[in-house]
Unconditional design. Sequence first.
Length: 65
Amino acid sequence: MIFNNSKHIFTLISLLIISTQAFAQNDSPYETNFYKDGAWIAGGIGLSALGLALIEKKMACPIRT
């Protein structure tokens, strides 16, 4: 593995945090809310999982004509 010790992992996480803060957009016209946005994301993931389950179930069923 590339990151074989904690020093490399700490350096990577530090660089990611610094770059995120350096290029963050402060004057965004969009307002985010963890609960509202999280509900939409969870609903989308749930519907995607449901669709996948239905497709897999359909493919496992033999075709009857």
